[in-house]
Design a protein around this ligand. Structure first.
Ligand SMILES: Cc1cc2nc3c(=O)[nH]c(=O)nc-3n(C[C@H](O)[C@H](O)[C@H](O)COP(=O)(O)O)c2cc1C
Length: 191
């Protein structure tokens, strides 16, 4: 079993990446393979509303000039998907929003191709706006007919500079509990 994490941060190996890796530790303990893909340095465009994905129905976006289709190809064979994002102006980053728009519409056009996968959102935030960002990720999983594990709090870790999330003990424990619950759920759904 495998979990792919897409990290929408503009900073490589930042707080979101650290939080994702903490979830990964718990998944790895349960024998679940993990891979984090960081979007830092990449630029994903938003959906152009061409609706060609509904015509071609090939599980790819017709706008094939960035890494969106490569991301889809990574996600499709995996049983679990983590979407991680820092909070930017109380929402997910522009890259994560572009991912949601385009992967979401392609999935919709292809018989809900992500249906039944286990999905979890992970958010880094300096101070405020983390919950709207977390909600944006959860709305995606819900619409995609994916299955979401809970945790002991909402999946948000506090920190501004890279590494500051290590000081947020409650946030770290939330990620650990998320990892345990995600592993439990994946084993139930994919024995
Ligand atoms: C453009 C931009 C907007 C931000 N907006 C918010 C915000 O609305 N609320 C907040 O608490 N932190 C905000 N931050 C701080 C980041 O969420 C915080 O530094 C986070 O830890 C970054 O995660 P990363 O290291 O994974 O990139 C913003 C940072 C940037 C660069």
């Amino acid at each position: 079993m495998k979990v792919i994490a897409i990290n929408g941060s503009a900073r490589k190996d930042g707080n979101t990446s650290i939080l994702i890796n903490i979830v990964f530790e718990e998944l790895n303990k349960e024998g679940i393979e993990t891979e984090q893909i960081q979007l830092a340095g990449a630029t994903l465009s938003g959906c152009r509303a061409c609706y060609k994905c509904f015509g071609q129905k090939n599980k790819h976006c017709a706008q094939d000039n960035d890494i969106l289709n490569e991301l889809i190809d990574k996600i499709l064979p995996a049983q679990g998907l983590i979407l991680g994002s820092p909070t930017y102006f109380s929402d997910v980053t522009a890259n994560m929003r572009a991912f949601i728009e385009r992967c979401g519409l392609v999935a919709r056009a292809n018989d809900y191709m992500l249906k039944g996968k286990v999905g979890a959102g992970v958010v880094a935030v300096r101070r405020a706006g983390g919950i709207p960002a977390f909600n944006a990720l959860n709305l995606f999983f819900h619409y995609m007919q994916m299955v979401m594990p809970g945790s002991s709090y909402w999946n948000v870790g506090l920190g501004r500079n890279i590494g500051e999330v290590w000081k947020d003990e409650e946030g770290l424990n939330t990620m650990r509990d998320l990892g345990k619950n995600m592993a439990w759920l994946m084993k139930k759904l994919y024995p």
